[in-house]
Design a binder for this molecule. Structure first.
Ligand code: PEP
Length: 255
């Protein structure tokens, strides 16, 4: 059985005070939740202070990006070891904003996933199609290419630590979420692909999150789908009451 997993991607938001307030508010609101995996992914510069605020709670810490080299002359970059040192369990890799605004390629994303897996960080590996790709009927081809290239060289043991987040680019930050049926259709294909690549046990245990304008009002219907195992949440993760409501909704769902 898969445990539902909700992760908040704070993106380039919050400051030194509001990041701590947000983390502390979630710790307070979610103290009683036991059957949902929860993580928050603040900006790099607030990882340590948020980590301290989460101490003793079940909310885990993730970063929004990582570089694949261990150390050295890579100005501005952050290594897996540094993230672990700051208390991170997870790292988001291949987010569409990094693919489409910062120009990250499938090859670079693969190097990052390999580095994270080798270091013992759990990747939240984002995939998803652009609107024009969906309109041309290319959704599954795009997602399959991203997954095959992203997981190239990843062993079955390493794959077991990976969460895949299906995030249709047209749904991110737009207020227009994929319908539960659209999400389910792609999640089912992803699980079938992982079965082909790694076998049915790994695929059966794989957490596949949906991301794209998820909010309290659509959480229950999205999570009701059999292959939607959680949510990667942007905008709605910046408000304690919204993200806490989503986690509580998840906790009440029996699959
Ligand atoms: C995201 O950034 O991963 C995301 C899904 O954003 P939003 O929830 O704001 O659409």
């Amino acid at each position: 059985m898969r445990t539902l997993f909700l992760a908040g991607n704070w993106k380039m938001n919050t400051n030194s005070v509001s990041s701590i307030n947000l983390a502390a508010g979630l710790v307070r609101e979610l103290a009683e939740i036991q059957n949902v995996r929860i993580a928050v992914c603040p900006p790099f510069v607030y990882l340590q202070s948020v980590s301290a605020s989460l101490c003793g709670s079940q909310i885990e810490l993730g970063a929004q990006n990582v570089y694949f080299q261990k150390n050295g002359a890579f100005t501005g970059e952050i290594s897996c070891e540094m993230l672990i040192d700051c208390g991170c369990t997870y790292v988001i890799i291949g987010h569409s904003e990094r693919r489409h605004i910062l120009g990250e390629t499938d090859e670079l994303i693969n190097l990052k996933i390999r580095a994270a897996a080798a270091a013992g960080l759990k990747p939240i590996f984002c995939v998803g199609e652009l609107l024009e790709e969906r309109d041309k009927g290319q959704t599954f081809d795009v997602v399959e290419r991203q997954i095959r290239k992203g997981l190239d060289g990843i062993s079955p043991e390493q794959a077991a630590a990976v969460t895949i987040a299906y995030e249709p680019v047209w749904a991110i930050g737009t207020g227009r979420n994929a319908t539960p049926q659209q999400a389910q259709e792609v999640h089912e294909c992803i699980r079938r692909l992982i079965t082909e690549m790694y076998g049915s046990e790994t695929a059966g245990n794989l957490t596949i999150q949906y991301g794209g304008s998820a909010k309290p009002a659509n959480t229950a219907e999205l999570l009701a789908e059999p292959d939607v195992d959680g949510l990667l949440v942007g905008g709605a993760s910046l408000k304690v009451e919204d993200f806490a409501a989503m986690v509580k909704t998840a906790a009440a769902i029996k699959k």
